[in-house]
Design a protein around this ligand. Structure first.
Ligand SMILES: NC(=O)c1ccc[n+]([C@@H]2O[C@H](COP(=O)([O-])OP(=O)(O)OC[C@H]3O[C@@H](n4cnc5c(N)ncnc54)[C@H](O)[C@@H]3O)[C@@H](O)[C@H]2O)c1
Length: 341
């Protein structure tokens, strides 16, 4: 069987995980890694004998290497332009979250993917956590009846251990804000479960990161779901010392549930009419980046899904339209926050 050939662009915290997953599967092979940073290229070359290492995406695409899929793991602000280059090369593309920083650039990616008939896979690996899958089933099976209220709380720590001077994190242009970089997974879960939002009221402030970030670190957001019910998101990266909690409370007509923990991965409360609280499998641990921790280490599911789609065994678990929708929702929240500001 011919293995599916992957290249990874951006050999940083998450690019390294993509490289491990791709090279660890029987059905795929890692053929190239791209990074603008010489030290990262050296690291990549040492880790992967026989894998070509390039300094730019242009060099990769000009090479004669067979490329079925290119995984974009660079700073957020580069995702859309790099995805378009990959699609123009007629390869499929995996885009780390967020898909882009504006709805317009996500639309441009989708337009190009349709033109060249190639897939766009968006990374939202939290959907694979047992608690997320359970919640999805409960909502789809309408066990909660009408949804009255949903409350999303995202309280994490990001401090000087994370925002390093001269880095892309904290910049408007390449990072875009904490809803994009830290909390888009949770906005995605909310959208996946309950759909789009409207009538947004929102405000934000910068408690702890003045001078470290070009955007606010905390916000309050209230809205209605188009499908009915009220929702809110309270978020902050100004939590002292370490991540505190990411949780979702769902108040339905026939039941109440809360999924919490530092990474929204533990079923804490479940009281549903005629239904016994299940014992869920434990989630995978969070990605550990040394000085700080992130979302669930579920990337192997993402790579498996790419392989299954390309071999005709499955559908895309998070497609470009959903990736774009989350970007668009965050963009609308930011617009409201600016109006309030
Ligand atoms: N799904 C998740 O849970 C998850 C977790 C962490 C990060 N991410 C996303 O992954 C992306 C990367 O984040 P990170 O934490 O790994 O950042 P990072 O800074 O550790 O890595 C980014 C890498 O990209 C390289 N790079 C920058 N510009 C480039 C370019 N033009 N061409 C090639 N390489 C370039 C940098 O040198 C660096 O090695 C971000 O979009 C982030 O939101 C997702």
């Amino acid at each position: 069987m011919t293995k599916i050939s992957f290249a990874v662009i951006g050999y940083g915290h998450i690019g390294k995980k993509h490289a491990i997953m791709v090279s660890g599967s029987q059905e795929s092979q890692l053929v190239a890694i791209v990074d603008v940073d010489a030290a990262k290229r050296e690291e990549a070359q040492k880790a992967y004998d026989g894998v070509e290492v390039f300094e730019s995406i242009e060099q990769l695409l000009a090479s004669e290497l067979p490329l079925d899929v290119v995984n974009i793991c660079t700073p957020n602000g580069y995702h859309a332009t790099q995805a378009i280059k990959v699609l123009e090369h007629k390869a499929h593309v995996v885009i780390e979250k967020p898909m882009g920083l504006t709805r317009q650039e996500c639309e441009d990616v989708i337009f190009k993917s349709l033109q060249v008939s190639r897939h766009v896979f968006c990374v939202k690996q939290n959907r694979y956590s047992p608690s997320s899958k359970w919640l999805k089933d409960v909502v789809e099976d309408k066990l909660l009846g009408n949804i009255n209220m949903v409350q999303l709380s995202c309280f994490w720590n990001r401090d000087a251990r994370y925002y390093k001077p001269g880095g892309w994190k904290g910049t408007k242009q390449l990072d875009g804000g904490v809803l994009f970089t830290q909390f888009s997974h949770f906005v995605d879960i909310m959208y996946w479960l309950f759909g789009d939002i409207q009538n947004i009221v929102a405000m934000s402030t910068n408690f702890n990161h003045k001078g470290a970030t070009e955007f606010d670190d905390s916000g309050l957001v209230q809205f209605e779901f188009v499908n009915g019910g009220f929702g809110s998101i309270n978020y902050s990266t100004s939590i002292w010392n370490k991540n505190f909690e990411s949780s979702i409370i769902v108040i339905g007509e026939k039941g109440t549930v809360k999924v919490s923990g530092q990474y929204m991965d533990q079923l804490e409360y479940c009281d549903i009419d005629g239904y016994e609280m299940p014992k869920l499998d434990p989630s995978n641990p969070p990605n550990d980046y040394g000085d700080y921790k992130g979302s669930a280490a579920n990337h192997h599911y993402v790579i498996e899904n790419v392989i299954d789609v390309l071999t005709g065994k499955s559908q895309i678990s998070t497609n470009a339209l959903e990736g774009m929708k989350v970007v668009e929702m965050i963009e609308r929240i930011h617009r409201k926050q600016r109006q309030m500001g």
